[in-house]
Design a protein around this ligand. Structure first.
Ligand code: CP
Length: 302
């Protein structure tokens, strides 16, 4: 594997290898010196054209824990504002010796385009509404850590599926790993092609919740919406928000996940977000180990 562009490119064995490697590398985080020499002399460029808190910082930390040199590039404050294209920006960074390029971009397909232009590995850190493979991998890692398995798990992904790269990457990865996914959303927030996805679809959150092991709540991505997709925030919350009452109707061991950023009071109540059954901060911590694993396997592994 040279690039990580889509979870759909991963076989079951490859995905399992990433998760197993992340589990081993997680032990580095428990040491007093949290560093391995594995990627010494390698250069990783974080090329972010869209805002990020979790993905960007965890890729940076992951690369540093593996002793790589890290260049953080954001479109804001760069020559992108003078009209420089993605291709010219990428070739400029490659000329400085980038071995791996982590890219986040608002255009679906940007990571695939980049992979045609640069010699090093490309890691998709979120491209438009298309995919966010390392998020899905860290989600799968978190499910496996908490619940002990992925095979046969019943996972509900709830909310703005239409604009979600996290949903697509999770559906592809989780089905490869043997889980059953149900997407739950109002019809207006589902892609027209959803019937071709390897999952079930429901409009009724209350009917799905008692039959789930994992409920993954998604933020409504207002910044990608040019029209109105539901009558009001209040109505959306009433039908598709997860509050304490709904949490109580889930199986006792079921967990709540969220890729972040959360909008408390909209898709998830503060009570649920702060509950020990909500894995949001655990997902962030696992994201570092998972991204170390991906960098290691693409840039330094044998
Ligand atoms: N989950 C996620 O991608 O968060 P950021 O946008 O903060 O990176």
């Amino acid at each position: 594997m040279r690039h990580l562009l889509s979870t759909g490119d991963l076989s079951r064995d490859e995905a399992t290898l990433v998760l197993d490697t992340a589990a081993e590398l997680a032990q580095v985080g428990d040491r007093s010196v949290k560093k391995l020499p594995t990627l010494r002399g390698r250069t990783v460029v974080n090329l972010f054209y869209e805002d990020s808190t979790r993905t960007r910082t965890s890729f940076e930390l992951a690369a540093k824990r593996l002793s790589a040199d890290v260049i953080n590039f954001s479109a804001k404050g760069s020559s992108v504002s003078k009209g420089e294209s993605l291709k010219d920006t990428a070739l400029t960074l490659q000329a400085m010796g980038a071995d791996g390029v982590v890219i986040r971009h608002s255009a679906s397909g940007a990571a695939h385009r980049l992979a045609n232009w640069v010699d090093g590995s490309v890691l998709n850190a979120g491209d438009g509404t298309h995919e966010h493979p390392t998020q899905a991998l860290l989600d799968a890692f978190t499910m496996r850590s908490r619940l002990g398995r992925l095979e046969g798990l019943r996972v509900a992904v709830v909310g703005d599926i239409l604009h979600s790269r996290v949903a697509r990457s999770n559906v592809l990865l989780l089905t490869t790993l043997g889980a059953h996914v149900t997407l739950v959303a109002p019809p207006t927030l589902l892609p027209v092609s959803v019937h071709t996805w390897p999952c079930e679809v429901s409009y009724d959150l209350d009917a799905v919740l008692p039959k789930t092991d994992v409920v993954m709540m998604l933020r409504v991505q207002a910044e990608r919406m040019k029209e109105s997709f539901f009558p009001s925030t209040r109505e959306y919350s009433r039908n598709y928000g997860l509050d304490g009452e709904r949490l109580a109707r889930m199986p006792e061991d079921a967990i709540v996940m969220h890729p972040g950023p959360m909008v408390r009071g909209m898709e998830i109540s503060a009570e649920v977000a702060d509950s020990p059954r909500c894995t949001v901060t655990e997902q962030v911590a696992n994201g570092v180990s998972l991204r170390m694993a991906v960098l290691y396997l693409l840039l330094g592994g044998s």
